[in-house]
Write a protein that binds this ligand. Sequence first.
Ligand code: GLC
Length: 744
Amino acid sequence: MSQPSFVRILLCLFILTGFITAQDEDQFINDLLSRMKLGEKVGQMSQLPLWSADDEHVLNAIEAGRVGSFLNAGDRATKEKLQRIAVEESRLGIPLIFARDVIHGYHTVMPIPLGQAASWNPELVEQGAAVAAREAFQAGIHWTFAPMLDISRDPRWGRIAESPGEDPYLGELMARAQVSGYQGGDLRATGTIAACAKHFAGYGAAEGGRDYNTTWIPENYLRNVYLRPFEAAVQEGVATVMTGFNELNGIPASANTLLLKDILRDEWGFDGLVVSDWDSMGEMIEHGYSADSAEVALQSAVAGVDMEMASLAYIRELEQLVESGGILESRIDELVGNILRIKYRLGLFENPYPPEEAAISLSKKHLEIAEQLAAESMVLLKNEQSILPFASTVGRIALIGPLADSPRDQLGTWTPDGRPEDAITPLTAFRELETQGIEVSYIQGVEHPRSVDKSGFRDAVKAARKADLAVLIVGEDQLLSGEAHTRAFIDLPGVQEELIRKVSATGTPTVVVIFAGRPITFATVEEECDAIVYAWHPGTMGGPALVKLLMGERQPVGRLPVSILRTVGQVPTYYGHKNTGRPPSPDMLGIPLGTPEDPIDYVSYYLDSDFTPHYPFGFGLSYTTFDYGEPSLSSKLLKSGDSITVSLQVTNNGGSIGTETVQLYLRDLVASVTRPVKELIGFERVTLDPGESKNVVFTIMNEDLAFWNVDLEYVTEPGDFVIMVGSSSADTDLQKLSLRFDID
Ligand code: GLC
């Protein structure tokens, strides 16, 4: 048989199998729906938190087919108990789906997602999600409420910790990596769980950075920024989507037909399950959008929420609404069909019970991935006189700070199954150095990040005086980040700034390591820090990762996924901003603060702060240095359907091996709607030995130039563009090339 016809037959078989599988699935769902009573259909649409597995009402509801899902359903035995009732005692035996917030690890806790984004390593982030899936699957969990994909450009917002940062391109990569990590290639496979793209959509744009607050986002801006990670997740096959608490342009997300029907279903072809956030449906009454519970149920069902989390509008109102003709049962069938589809794809009808007990959590491999991800999340911001990596000649280290030995805080927010006793803190990891003859004296300095008691300063100063190196680990405790934990001031809490000043004043070289759930402001103590490492909340293996980094056993590769500001007064300040009609010029930096000097120009700047961030998006140092050669374009003219390349030589011109993240940005100079001064459209990590060079090549196609215009068309417009390549989003770190794009 000739090759082509064999291949053709294979292809047909593949398509046919796919078609049969889809047909099997549809047939299964339609058949089951045809046998379900209305009450059982509505039951599937209810997701309850499990307060007690012994509550007769709950057990009776399961048996009556009035519950479709539980979140936080306890241990394996509890889940098995509930599942047996659903499968073996209810009329149709439809299995429950168990959900949990496995946001950045289950027992093996990875860095917070914002820290993971700082790795700019999607492959590694995917491995981290796969670890979390394997451990959660083992615990009988079918569905995680992750990844959180809310682009965050306001560091006051506590949930920036869970986000992929300020940039949609990096957000898209983080979305794909996490969905793929959690779900693997097959939801039926052992060790995979359903992912959930949340919070759909625009939740990160809360006014004032205050959680749950109003969001106003023009639709073309919504599409050009906030929707991109969600669309990437849907393209990656995410099984579920969760609506946000926020109202978007006057319509709460859980009743927002534009989001849930027009975009998610009709435009993107999403065929999975939409779940509300915790009582986000019920809160539509508080929003002033729903008059009562019946309206909540109607508006949410019409818009397209399949399953209601934690509130009871569906279970209380839907049957009555159908019976009164307020909503067609065929609509209920569509919503329930989405739920049954995900249960089917997870294989729950064949394998509803937790898998055989196996020691999966905290395995050597899992901990190795957690340590690597923690190390790669850490960003070296400053390193005066290359005091890092500290040489093994250092004899005595003073380890100081309230977060040097705080395992719970090191895990970060949203770690319900992370156990502090499993976390290896920096203190524990530093103690290991004593076997190498390095003396480590540990002084807390302050008992807690928010403490204002300075009585510990004296001992800290004393220890620093006697040491060759002082390492301070300061920042935010985990409670200061995460849901509802918005801060109006985002500097170092308590008296930690003063602690840094006191230690630095001893003259001992001072390394400051910041653990935090957001980019906090610390420009006021910048001078006192000889070296600065931004470590976010690094998870279970944060201690070993940090010490190996400081020692030089690991290289600093992290790059900022979000801008670090000089002061909270600059919010919002992010790199992908618009140019305005009066952009400030670089020579306006450094205006003497608080002087009687008149404003030197009428442009968009501050009288009392530089307008640039303290550290820009994409910034991060290495232990070596890199030289960027002159970039060149394969052509200065890009025609529709063609592609051009940007290439440049990058050389490690320093003394040690290092990894550089070469970044590619684009600016559309003139368009039918104003475009950002730059947008990340690509990056490449290169690891080079001292003296080694690599020719880095990026390909640019017209798709890279596309955007949503005010008429909500996805367009590429002819005109002049600027291509920028360099080591961060700062203009001073970028080389620029001109590119013309023509349609014909
Ligand atoms: C919370 C969060 C959401 C989480 C859900 C379940 O309020 O907004 O991200 O997944 O409730 O815990």
